[in-house]
Design a binder for this molecule. Sequence first.
Ligand SMILES: Cc1cc2nc3c(=O)[nH]c(=O)nc-3n(C[C@H](O)[C@H](O)[C@H](O)COP(=O)(O)O)c2cc1C
Length: 357
Amino acid sequence: MRKRFLLIVCAMLMLLSMDTSAKTLVVYYSYTNNCRDIVNTLTSETEADVLEIQPTEKGLKYEANGYALGTKLLNAIKDNPNSASSYPAIDPVTTSLNDYQNIIIVTPLWWSQMAAIMQSYLFTYGPQMKGKNIALIVSSASSGISGVVADCKRLVPDATWAGDALWINNRNRSQTASLLTQWLATQNFQSASDMTNIHLTIGGKTQSVTLADNQATKDLVRKLQDGPITVTLNSSGGFEIWGPLGFSLTTSNQQMTAQAGDVVLYNGSNICIFYGSNSWSYTRLGKIDGLSGNELRTFLRAGESNIPVTLSLSNTTGIRQVDADTHDSGDYVALNGMRVQHPTKGIFIKNGKKFIK
Ligand SMILES: Cc1cc2nc3c(=O)[nH]c(=O)nc-3n(C[C@H](O)[C@H](O)[C@H](O)COP(=O)(O)O)c2cc1C
């Protein structure tokens, strides 16, 4: 009884300590219930909403006659992956991805590829996952999942991968709960308040910007979580390139002397990036990392007009297929995947063990 009370208190503390601005959605398809079981265990370990994808045609036997139907569906996609008509019809989906920053895809493997029904969902909705943190769990009998990872990359081309995919198979299925706990601890489900830098891309070159810690940068990161934004800036006054963002951020204007490399907000909705210096009342957004004065002038195309500047969040390089139990960072990690240096409240994982603070 006392133990149960403690667990409830811990769960409440954990919810209080989580950043509710970064909601998680688990999307899954399951034919023989293995993925459904994984999702049930997953949602007992982490706070998430669940969306089940269903084929429009019910009662089909994908495995009958030597897996004839499953094979036929996958071959149709393989033959023409860019046509919507290659993908089997699914029931209408009403869940809006706008509400979620983290998406966990749970899918069966069919003939070393992603099950056709899940491919149908991602063909339509994958492009809407641009800039979101995407994680992948694949269930197979025994086959390796690299083909499914490749399908996921093709169908969700602009994802920010939260980490390596988790492979659950007949050999390790009985350890699903602990595999999920360890895997969650390796996934990077960042929220707006965690981001400390963004990227600027001009003429194919990309530079990191260390963000100031204020509401304007949090607003900006939230915007960029929906995907990169390109603005057109013009050189002005011999010290900056500047122009409208197309939206407003929360201001905290201060009289300051902006220096080369500084990125500021002017009048609530304009971005100014400096290659020289100017005194004015601005809201600080951040500073371009590690460029000298001349390098800044070249990068920012000082003196030019109509300069396309793309603002984006940093992307990881991709996802790989690994066994989950080989991972251990040595850091404390909250159950929602966020790394924490000095944990105060909640349940944390370190070296594969649970700690309750
Ligand atoms: C059409 C079809 C093809 C499959 N192909 C493979 C395969 O190539 N390799 C494998 O290990 N498992 C294969 N399986 C087994 C599933 O990947 C495995 O049972 C998975 O856990 C099913 O998940 P579910 O129960 O959520 O549908 C296949 C299953 C079906 C229905």
